[in-house]
Design a protein around this ligand. Structure first.
Ligand code: HEM
Length: 254
């Protein structure tokens, strides 16, 4: 019988073309969100932006100065992490310019460290109360923790684990993009159904409510699927005990 399956070379070609398109999409969406949403806060003080109802300025414009500092640190460094992250997954750049990869990697990890601590502070003063505190707060902790695991793995020259942890970490950074995408979808989905005195405010409030969790939970599932497809180490809660090569572990004390 004659096989109708495409030759292996064709399959590899179409897989790498798909990977390039996915990367381009992730890079473009990351740069757009980082540029637009961070950029809007460069057009005036939080106070003046609050009067023009720009983003979340109204929630932070009247806060004490340490919280406003956390806000600016967060949007600057989280924005930088989002803009830098995609370049770390460009295979050509990683293999041909390992020094550039290391340099961008350091800047990325420092940005995540500052961005996540600032996000944890902001989660206590967020605009949606307890839901935001638990959703954004958990995200902030996981964001910092996965970056730490990725850094520790590369210091131990464990490159497979480094890749896996950095995929998890960037999936969380990308929550900034998925949050705004879900927000748009949930606003559009409600338009035919909401009536009343102030439908616009109701639509915005209802759309924002699930976002503190919805912006990152699906991302970590997708990250685990990517890690598994690439044959990288899965998630472990306990450290791996190295086994002797002959597969026999003695229970006798030495
Ligand atoms: C991944 C971990 C992140 C956490 C835990 C986090 C947390 C937060 C929190 C708690 C707020 C305030 C929300 C509210 O008051 O309702 C916020 C706002 C904001 N974050 Fe993040 N964030 C993260 C990533 C990012 C990234 C990667 C960017 C890059 C663009 C970013 C940009 C912003 C901006 C611009 C705001 C102001 C709100 C707006 O105008 O949309 N964040 N973030």
């Amino acid at each position: 019988m004659v096989s109708t399956a495409p030759p292996i070379q064709d399959q590899q070609h179409s897989r790498s073309r798909r990977a390039r398109w996915s990367w381009a999409w992730v890079a473009l969406s990351s740069l757009t969100i980082a540029g637009y949403f961070v950029g809007q806060y460069a057009q005036g003080t939080l106070d003046s932006l609050a009067h023009r109802e720009v983003g979340l300025a109204a929630n932070y414009g009247f806060r004490a100065w340490p919280i406003q500092v956390a806000f600016y640190l967060h949007i600057t460094f989280a924005g930088l992490a989002l803009a830098l992250g995609p370049w770390q997954f460009a295979t050509r750049l990683r293999t041909r310019g390992p020094r550039i990869h290391r340099g961008i990697g350091r800047a990325y990890l420092i940005s995540v460290a500052i961005g996540s601590v600032a996000a944890l502070v902001m989660s206590m003063f967020n605009s949606v109360g307890l839901n935001g505190f638990f959703g954004f707060g958990t995200l902030a902790v996981l964001w910092g923790w996965t970056a730490w695991r990725g850094y520790r793995a590369v210091r131990q020259r464990d490159f497979a684990n480094h890749q896996a942890w950095m995929i998890r970490n960037f999936a969380l950074t990308y929550a900034a993009v998925t949050l705004r995408s879900w927000f748009g979808v949930l606003i559009l989905a409600q338009i035919p159904f909401v009536h009343g005195d102030d439908p616009f405010t109701t639509i915005l409030r209802e759309a924002y409510t699930p976002l503190p969790f919805l912006c990152w939970l699906p991302n970590i599932v997708i990250a685990e699927l990517i890690i598994r497809r690439r044959g990288l180490p899965g998630l472990r809660t306990t450290p791996v005990t190295p086994r002797p090569p002959w597969g026999f572990v003695s229970d006798q004390p030495n």
